[in-house]
Design a protein around this ligand. Structure first.
Ligand code: ZN
Length: 230
C-alpha cells in the first residue's frame, strides 16, 4: 500500500537472532517430549469453555491464588496457542472460559502473521508444546474492513494491513459485495494466516507434519459470543 522507511520484517529479522537467546531460552530436548494432552482433547476443552460462556455458565477456572502460586513455581504448560485480533470485543480467555496458564495467546490487529507472531507461535507450539494452534478471526473486524473498503490508513498501519490484502483479493474474486464480502474476507484472512505460519516456519510445518501439533481456524461472532470452527 505505501512504502515504509524501515521494513518491520527486515528490521526484526535482523534483531531476532540477537535477542532470541536472551529471552527465549530453549530447554534441551523440550520439543522431543510428548505433549501432555492431544490436539483433540485441547479442542474439546475450548469447545466446552465456549459453550459455558455462551450459556452464561462460565466457571472461571484457574483464577485462584493457588493457581498463581502453582504456575509461578512450576512454569507454564498451556494447552493451546491462540492467535486472535486485538479487538477489545474478543477477550480470548473469557470466550473460552479459561484462566491462568491455560492459553498461550497472541493478539494483533487483524490476526496477521509477521515475524514476531510467527516466532511467538513457534514458542507456544514448539517450546511449550501446545498440541493445538488456533487462528481466530472475528466478525466486524476493523482491520479487514479497512482493506476491503480501501480506507486511508497512516503511520505503521499500512505495513500491518498489507498482510490482509491477498485474503481480500481472494474474497473479491468470488464476486461477493457488502457485508457478505467483508465476512468472507475475514474468513479468508484466517486461512491466510494459517498458510503464512506454515510457509514461514519450518518448525511449525514440521510439527504439523509429524502429528505433534494441529492448526485450525475459528471465527468469533462478536454479536453473540459464539466461536465457529472453520
Ligand atoms: Zn479485528
Amino acid at each position: 500500500m505505501c512504502d515504509h522507511p524501515i521494513s518491520r520484517r527486515g528490521l526484526l529479522a535482523g534483531m531476532a537472532v540477537g535477542v532470541s537467546s536472551l529471552f527465549l531460552p530453549r530447554l534441551p530436548g523440550a520439543s522431543e517430549q510428548a505433549p501432555p494432552m492431544s490436539a483433540e482433547q485441547a479442542y474439546q476443552l475450548l469447545r466446552e469453555g465456549n459453550a459455558r460462556f455462551l450459556a452464561g455458565k462460565s466457571e472461571r477456572p484457574n483464577l485462584t491464588a493457588k493457581r498463581i502460586e502453582e504456575t509461578a513455581g512450576q512454569g507454564q504448560h498451556p494447552f493451546a496457542t491462540i492467535l486472535s485480533c486485538s479487538d477489545s470485543r474478543v477477550p480470548v480467555e473469557h470466550v473460552f472460559d479459561r484462566g491462568i496458564g491455560d492459553l498461550f495467546v497472541i493478539r494483533v490487529a487483524g490476526n496477521v502473521i509477521d515475524i514476531d507472531e510467527a516466532g511467538t507461535t513457534e514458542y507456544g507450539a514448539g517450546h511449550l508444546m501446545t498440541p493445538l494452534v488456533v487462528v481466530m478471526g472475528h466478525t466486524q473486524c476493523g482491520a479487514v474492513t479497512a482493506v476491503v473498503k480501501g480506507a486511508q490508513v497512516t503511520g505503521n498501519i499500512p505495513k500491518l494491513v498489507e498482510h490482509i490484502i491477498p485474503a481480500v483479493e481472494r474474497a473479491k474474486a468470488k464476486g461477493g459485495t457488502g457485508d457478505a464480502l467483508i465476512l468472507d474476507a475475514i474468513k479468508e484472512n484466517v486461512h491466510q494466516s494459517i498458510q503464512t505460519l506454515l510457509a514461514s516456519s519450518q518448525e511449525l510445518y514440521h510439527l504439523r507434519e509429524s502429528g505433534r501439533m494441529k492448526i485450525i481456524g475459528a471465527l468469533y461472532h462478536i454479536e453473540n459470543g459464539k466461536v465457529e470452527w472453520l
